[in-house]
Ligand binder design. Structure first.
Ligand SMILES: O=P(O)(O)OC[C@@]1(O)O[C@H](CO)[C@@H](O)[C@@H]1O
Length: 397
């Protein structure tokens, strides 16, 4: 299918910005980001220079105007085009997706991630990712995969997708072992059948998986990748990760290697899965790619032609997590009943979103479901207790 990036859905909903006091996006900048910077400063013996630049970044992003990147890095030519419309404008006027993505890039500049000094290449989020990978909750989740061989084919399909959807959540072991009903308790849209229905329409092409977080979520993604290959849904899988640290727990290639080493050191099913993924990487049947666009402050409708061509060759593209959902659907105040297929009609392959809801964007819901959720839990869109599985194939060209 040809790439129709840049295409705009008929009636574009307004972009989510960070300037509305008390809104979710505003709280991310005025509460979450300062807390995260404090966590990083506690995790590393950063010098006064690094700590001073991080404090200045927080002041700028909560009260000031957008400043240019101030480090020397290979991605500057991208950021020059991505920032020119916003330099000098108050951060409060900036779109949420743009602002948060630029925040994380400026954070890397502040600690010298791309610099010539001692912090070059040091992932500021590595301690958090490592702690989660070695946590009891992740250990319980990984042990739960020992149950896979005892499941029938259909139940194994469903269990693997549920594990991928609930990703790094501690109760993943519960979702896997508590059986279909309770495992779908948190789903507000779709099910694993919707996901598997995408496979078969375009057999033979590679499956692309756009990863989200490292640790437990990435482990579940590697299990899904192995399952796609061992059940014949995919001969070749491309795993897209971030080219540099981003949004705290987002996975880089270094994280893939770390999680994989962890898996192959474990006994039981997940250790065997880890070894099959390792062999798949060595054989070129599984590939890891880190396109610069995956750290861009833009939604996927703005993806460059080379990336769009990659997805156009996919039999299915799977996007994981909340941030990718925001980029896939567009980070806008869509009416929740807007059809998912409508907002992703530009995407050049059959596409699935596996996502725990952690921000306000949601589409593809029934009106009755929205009313029920609003009544049951005012924070259902952002508190991570609900999830969705949404899938759409491009209109026949
Ligand atoms: O993509 P993920 O890891 O599932 O979630 C990313 C996230 O935690 O960060 C943004 C707000 O800080 C939101 O998109 C979401 O809350």
């Amino acid at each position: 299918m040809e790439c129709k990036t840049g295409v705009v859905v008929g009636s574009e909903a307004p972009l989510i910005t960070i300037g509305i006091p008390g809104s979710f996006a505003w709280k991310v900048f005025h509460e979450r980001r300062p807390a995260m910077i404090e966590q990083v400063c506690d995790a590393f013996p950063l010098g006064t220079g690094e700590r001073g630049r991080l404090a200045a970044l927080l002041r700028e992003t909560t009260t000031g105007v957008v400043q240019p990147l101030d480090d020397a890095a290979p991605d500057h030519h991208f950021w020059e085009s991505w920032t020119k419309a916003w330099l000098g404008r108050p951060w409060s006027e900036c779109p949420f997706l743009w602002a948060e993505s630029y925040f994380f890039r400026r954070m890397l500049a502040a600690i010298g991630y791309f610099g010539p000094g001692p912090w070059r290449g040091v992932d500021p989020f590595a301690p958090m990712k490592t702690a989660e990978l070695h946590s009891p909750a992740t250990a319980e989740t990984l042990a739960a995969f020992d149950g896979l061989p005892r499941l029938g084919e259909a139940d194994r399909d469903a269990a693997v997708v549920r594990a991928a959807v609930w990703g790094n959540q501690a109760d993943l072991a519960f979702q896997m072992s508590a059986g279909p009903k309770s495992a779908t308790a948190g789903l507000v849209s779709g099910d694993s059948d919707a996901f598997w229905s995408l496979f078969g329409a375009r057999p033979g092409g590679p499956v692309h998986l756009v990863a989200d977080n490292s640790a437990g979520e990435l482990a579940a993604d590697l299990v899904l990748i192995d399952h796609l290959r061992t059940t014949g849904r995919a001969d070749h899988v491309v795993l897209h990760v971030k080219p540099n640290p981003y949004y705290v727990s987002d996975a880089t290639h270094a994280d893939v290697l770390g999680v994989l080493r962890h898996l192959i050191g474990l006994p039981g099913e997940v250790g065997m899965i880890g070894r099959r993924v390792w062999d798949g990487l060595r054989a070129g049947k599984i590939e890891v790619r880190a396109h610069p666009f995956f750290c861009a402050p833009l939604d996927f409708r703005a993806m460059p032609d080379d990336l769009c061509d990659e997805f156009a060759s996919a039999s299915v593209t799977i996007t994981k997590g909340d941030l990718n959902y925001r980029r896939l659907a567009g980070d806008r105040y869509w009416p929740a009943t807007t059809p998912f297929a409508e907002v992703v009609a530009y995407f050049p392959s059959p596409v699935a979103a596996l996502r725990v809801l952690k921000s306000e964007v949601v589409v593809g819901l029934h009106e009755a479901a929205v009313a029920e959720l609003d009544k049951a839990d005012a924070a259902w869109r952002t508190n991570g207790t609900r999830a969705l599985i949404q899938a759409a194939a491009p209109p026949a060209s």
